[in-house]
Write a protein that binds this ligand. Structure first.
Ligand code: LRH
Ligand code: MN
Ligand code: MN
Length: 386
């Protein structure tokens, strides 16, 4: 896409969904660091998400995590989001923080534990009904630690059965997004370890089941953009969980560790029509040592920069070079786009949206951090490291 006005329009239309848990305190299993002014309730998390949306203009939706965001009245939470110019996004299930789940949740060898886990997933669909949200996002910590511990094939059967029960409960406009992760907490065989397994289950389930690509959930060296291209081709890419990693599932700011990888992923999104398809661009990250709101704003900007560069790729020149076998020429076309400084373009886009061209410094200048720190005492933990 070389027409600048079309590039700008695409950037204005791209929505990035922020995760409620990124606003709370988080850490590792060694320590959760408390920060001043952190939200104490799901409602206050929405207040912070509204702040991020106010400065970025492109983050209207917030993902929930149940039970971290459990409230009495989900319709009221959705109403509160609406009052702040937001909407509730994906509902993330949690079948990994209960003692019953030591040997798994929906893949557990005992039927009673599987029933409990499925009941939680069905409760999450009830929450979708109450909030009017569309996406049920499922990630399972299920797996085994030792060879022989459980039957790998039977666990797949249990997984398929549970997913089928939940799929059957989905409304016409709802969908199931299945997220894979290669290891952790299971160290030998994870039950949904890769896109192939997630894809196979989603294909059997039907059109309302799609795969989530969390950028931190692959072995080092994995070509994530290839996975993205393949899933888009098969119409099975439902969403991204963006974050970045140096080692494992580090959950650092999107685009911080490897901006070139994020660009390559976004190029395949653009190439495959993913910007206009129903792909949800979500963040899934934790801000353990850095201030949360500016870190989320920075992550959104990093996603936008990668997207802008992907949109600037001269597709005609690239195709011509590819078809004539011009290896270096084709690579140069891609690198030219990647090496373009798109910050002035994004500043213009923001100005045209009536926003400050520099969201991070505008946030700092607003004095919002000091104000909320004074108002809120005893912030909530994100859920990790509890
Ligand atoms: C698992 C995961 C999944 C969870 C989230 C908090 O590692 O990426 O998306 O729901 O972290
Ligand atoms: Mn994730
Ligand atoms: Mn993760």
């Amino acid at each position: 896409m070389s027409d600048l006005s079309a590039v700008k329009a695409a950037l204005k239309n791209q929505a990035v969904e922020t995760p409620s848990w990124a606003y709370g305190n988080s850490g590792t299993r060694f320590k959760v660091f408390a920060q001043a002014g952190v939200p104490r309730t799901p409602f206050e998390k929405l207040d912070d998400a509204a702040t991020v949306h106010e400065f970025t203009g492109v983050t209207p939706a917030v993902s929930l995590h149940i039970p971290w965001d459990r409230v009495e009245d989900y319709a009221a939470l959705a109403g509160y989001a609406g009052e702040r110019g937001l909407r509730l996004g994906a509902v993330n299930s949690n079948t990994f923080q209960d003692d019953d789940y030591a040997l798994g949740s929906i893949c557990h060898p005992e039927a009673s534990v599987r029933r409990k886990a499925v009941a939680h997933l069905l409760e999450c669909v009830d929450i979708l009904d109450a909030t009017g949200s569309r996406n049920l996002k499922l990630w399972f910590a299920d797996g085994t630690n030792y060879p022989g511990q459980d039957d790998i094939r039977e666990r797949q059967d249990r997984l398929a059965e549970a997913l089928q029960t939940v799929y059957a409960r989905l409304g016409d406009d709802q969908r199931m997004l299945l997220e894979y992760k290669f290891f952790e907490p299971a160290f030998y065989a994870t039950d949904v370890p890769d896109w192939g397994t997630a894809y196979a289950h989603c294909l059997k389930l039907g059109p309302k089941a799609q795969v989530v690509v969390d950028t931190g959930h692959h072995a080092p060296g994995t070509n994530i953009e290839f996975i993205v291209a393949t899933l888009l081709r098969e119409e099975k890419l439902g969403a991204f969980d963006f974050n970045s990693r140096f080692y494992a599932d580090d959950d650092l700011m999107a685009g911080a560790a490897d901006p070139f990888q994020l660009f390559r992923i976004m190029y395949e999104v653009v190439r495959g029509g993913g910007l206009t398809a129903d792909v949800a661009f979500m963040l899934d990250q934790c801000h353990n040592i850095e201030a949360k709101i500016p870190a989320i704003i920075r992550s959104v900007m990093n996603v936008q920069e990668a997207t802008a560069k992907a949109l600037l790729v001269d597709r005609d020149a690239l195709t011509a070079a590819q078809r004539s076998g011009d290896v270096l020429g084709a690579n140069a076309v891609l690198m030219d786009a990647y090496n373009t400084d798109v910050r002035p373009l994004l500043a213009e886009v923001r100005t045209e949206l009536g926003l400050d061209p520099d969201p991070v410094s505008a946030y700092h200048r607003s004095g919002r951090a000091a104000k909320t720190a004074a108002e809120r005492v005893g912030g909530q933990q994100a859920g990790w490291g509890a």
